[in-house]
Design a binder for this molecule. Structure first.
Ligand SMILES: Cc1ncc(COP(=O)(O)O)c(C=O)c1O
Length: 432
């Protein structure tokens, strides 16, 4: 072993020691430790992988990027996965690419009102008109409403598996096939959720993922687009990298590039280095190689993380049923096997004031979040959006007014859950 390798080994050992003395999940002190909605759970394995990549001195996506994308494709049961710098970028890239291949002349996209901005915004930003429909009691796009919104201008459907709870994707696919529509599955909060024994995200024309800490795995910031369509994959990659036509690795040492053709490209009657040929109006949405190194390690832990999320969900479901006169959880389709991103709780009693309950929980160090934008059309920045609205969006409105979510991530322990349940008990017993 050379000296550099020996020094690296020493660094690895030191980092490992730090993590031996520091749990990846903080010790819980009731009433003092924040019970968070999201937490990056990692240890020396991720840190050492990142350090190795930093020491290699190459920051742009290279071998680790490839390895992470391949591992993701295997996990998701899809042919191609493109690693990008966030889930929001993934949605923008997916739609920008899909619209070039499918229904380019059509201008409406059906999407639920109950949304996170990153799912809704690309529709408007890319010049489509949102056809806004309601959700059902699983918090997912209502099939009845979806059908009522389909018309000759409909290009596709873009929706979320809300909070990790699978939408009725088999029937959405049937509708899409019948009317020749594309599907973009925002799977940002549903990595590891299944429907009919198939991973969410493996059904649509393209699907998207987020690796921000509250999500299934984390690369700090980060995301991905997955598809089974090779041409789509190529367009997404180009759009991610400024629209660059050349797909050779930027660290390829061969002077002709990996394709052996770098200096043979012609524009008009002269040669032009293929690395500076741009065949798409693209963006820069590239993540870093060190994020890929972290992602590889995180992905190895995903099954264990999801097992813990499911355990937390089941415990909460069982315990919270004692408060059924005050709160309820969303329904789950029979064919769905969800891994919840967070635990959505819906107040079903008119005497419970959400604001008061949330202040009570937060004072007890139980972090809460609202279900993203709620009915996004009610948000100040969206009031003047040109869109078609189908139905009265009453479920989205109810969720906006009466729902919130708490953490269920792998850093949540049984001890924390019993503390949260006691807090709910204290609050609800003071309300009767
Ligand atoms: C459903 C959904 N889509 C997209 C995103 C955006 O992901 P990112 O934060 O990585 O941009 C989020 C983030 O929480 C999300 O919940």
């Amino acid at each position: 072993m050379n000296t550099i390798e020996k020094k690296k080994r020493r660094i690895h050992k030191s980092i490992e020691k730090i993590f031996k003395n520091r749990n990846s999940i903080p010790n819980f002190i009731a009433g003092e430790t924040q019970i968070s909605t999201g937490l990056a759970v990692y240890d020396h394995l991720e840190i050492n992988a990142v350090i190795d990549t930093l020491l290699d001195g190459w920051f742009g996506l290279a071998e680790k990027g490839d390895e992470f994308e391949k591992a993701l494709s295997r996990y998701l049961s899809v042919e191609h996965t493109v690693f990008v710098n966030s889930g929001s970028s993934a949605n923008l890239l997916a739609l920008d690419a899909v619209k070039q291949l499918k229904n380019p002349e059509k201008k409406e996209i059906i999407t639920p009102a109950l949304a996170f901005p990153a799912t809704f915004n690309p529709i408007v930003q890319l010049g489509f008109k949102p056809a806004v429909v309601d959700v059902d009691n699983t918090l997912n796009i209502s099939l009845e409403q979806l059908l009522s919104a389909v018309n000759e201008n409909t290009a596709g459907i873009m929706f979320t598996h809300c909070m990790g709870n699978p939408a009725k994707i088999d029937e959405i696919c049937e509708i899409a096939e019948k009317h020749d529509l594309f599907i973009i599955e925002d799977t940002c909060g549903a990595l590891g959720s299944f429907y009919n024994d198939k991973p969410c995200g493996s059904f649509g024309t393209a699907s998207t993922y987020s690796f921000y800490p509250a999500h299934g795995i984390t690369t700090g910031e980060g995301g991905a687009v997955a598809t089974n369509d090779q041409e789509l994959d190529m367009i997404i990659r180009k759009l991610r990298d400024w629209g660059r036509d050349c797909r050779c690795k930027s660290n390829a040492l061969d002077i002709d590039g990996e394709c052996n053709n770098r200096f043979n490209y012609r524009i008009d009657n002269f040669y032009y280095d293929h690395r500076y040929v741009f065949s798409q109006l693209g963006y820069n949405m590239k993540p870093l190689e060190l994020q890929a190194a972290m992602g590889i390690e995180q992905l190895k832990k995903l099954d264990a993380f999801n097992k813990q999320r499911k355990k937390n969900f089941n415990l909460y479901k069982q315990e919270l049923s004692q408060f059924k006169d005050f709160i309820e959880l969303p329904e789950i389709y029979e064919q769905a096997d969800p891994v919840f991103f967070g635990l959505p709780i819906i107040i079903n009693n008119p005497n419970i004031d959400r604001r008061d309950l949330l202040i009570f929980l937060n004072r007890k160090k139980i972090a809460t979040r609202l279900l993203f934008a709620g009915n996004i059309l009610k948000q100040p920045g969206y009031r003047d959006i040109e869109c078609s609205v189908y139905g009265n969006l009453s479920v989205s409105d109810k969720i906006m007014k009466d729902c919130f979510w708490i953490g269920i991530h792998p850093g949540i322990t049984e001890e924390m859950i019993s503390y949260v349940i006691n807090a709910f008990r204290e609050y609800f017993s003071s309300q009767v």
